[in-house]
Design a protein around this ligand. Structure first.
Ligand SMILES: Cc1cc2nc3c(=O)[nH]c(=O)nc-3n(C[C@H](O)[C@H](O)[C@H](O)COP(=O)(O)O)c2cc1C
Length: 144
């Protein structure tokens, strides 16, 4: 399958998770492209069977925690119409409801959100295997 991993990262932790996701998928011989949310084009999405979208979270530790700057970059994403999408975030204290918020925003872009995972910024590989495998299962079903 063709797997597209998108990330929104300021200090590199979310990019690290994008690489962890890519490693898991590549170990299973999938073809993977990693791109920042601001450099992705519609053709990248069109070629992908499965898309991952990840961001860091921003708030006041536990208050008002949201996917960082999502109001800026989500509307500019290409259409995700009909694509199985796995969403992820990195955080320092608690992601709170960031992934639910991101899911709602991506559904507006046509995404079919099939999995979500929050990663602590100091443990960017913990849980990546299970998360990626769960999401890739949906991609395989779409292709079948
Ligand atoms: C301005 C700012 C606000 C943050 N607010 C929160 C927060 O409210 N809750 C939390 O768990 N982490 C918060 N963080 C931590 C980041 O979400 C975390 O370090 C993340 O992994 C950064 O990702 P990046 O390295 O890809 O930019 C904040 C970080 C910054 C710089």
């Amino acid at each position: 399958m063709n797997v597209l991993v998108l990330y929104q990262s300021r200090n590199g932790h979310t990019h690290d998770v994008a690489e962890a996701i890519a490693d898991v998928a590549e170990d299973q011989y999938h073809s993977v492209k990693i791109k920042s949310v601001i450099e992705v084009h519609q053709t990248d999405v069109d070629r992908a069977d499965v898309v991952f979208v990840g961001t860091w979270v921003h708030g006041l530790i536990v208050f008002g925690v949201r996917p960082a700057e999502a109001e800026l970059w989500v509307p500019r994403l290409p259409s995700l119409e009909g694509k199985p999408v796995g969403i992820y975030c990195t955080y320092a204290f608690s992601p709170r409801h960031s992934l639910d918020t991101l899911a709602e925003m991506l559904v507006e872009k046509g995404a079919i959100v099939v999995g979500q995972q929050a990663f602590h910024r100091n443990r960017t590989r913990d849980g990546a295997d299970q998360f990626v495998n769960r999401v890739l299962q949906f991609g395989k079903r779409e292709l079948a």
